[in-house]
Design a protein around this ligand. Structure first.
Ligand code: ZN
Length: 149
């Protein structure tokens, strides 16, 4: 399952993939199936959390935050490694302060795992890739109602 970065629709991509570039069934835009993190605003985030058939890893960040920038390639790598199984979203807390305060974000970077439309885990501070991946898996195993990664 892949989220369309343009319209937010979830698309099931068959394996093996049909020839040609995958496109979104709703808006017919090119569908990014790389697993790369997608930037969202508050509304896009709410819709994705509630509508996602996949567990969601949210990265709360800001452009001025050094540890956030250091974490970005790690978050990107986890998203690509889990493409189609985990949806990785990024919310710029400077650009979308209301969404950040709705989530009671204390500091950044903060990572939040959602499954089945609810938060199952969160932690703050940059961390190595293996640790981030392990934390996401454990959070889903413990708190994700039926979610599998
Ligand atoms: Zn679309």
């Amino acid at each position: 399952m892949f989220r369309c970065g343009k319209c937010g629709a979830f698309n099931r991509v068959r394996e093996p993939r049909p020839s040609g570039a995958p496109e979104c069934g709703r808006c017919h835009g090119a569908l990014d199936i790389s697993g790369a993190p997608q930037e969202v605003d508050g509304e896009g985030l709410d819709r994705a959390i509630l509508g996602s058939p996949l567990p969601v890893l949210l990265d709360l960040w800001a452009p001025w935050c050094g540890p956030c920038r250091a974490a970005a390639p790690i978050v990107d790598a986890v998203g690509r490694a889990q493409a189609g199984r985990l949806l990785v979203l990024k919310l710029n807390t400077d650009a979308h302060p209301r969404a950040a305060s709705a989530l009671h974000v204390q500091g950044i970077p903060t990572f939040v795992v959602f499954a089945g439309g609810r938060e199952v885990a969160r932690r703050s501070g940059a961390l190595p890739r293996a640790e981030l991946e392990r934390w996401v898996m454990m959070s889903l195993a413990q708190g994700g109602a039926g979610a599998t990664v």
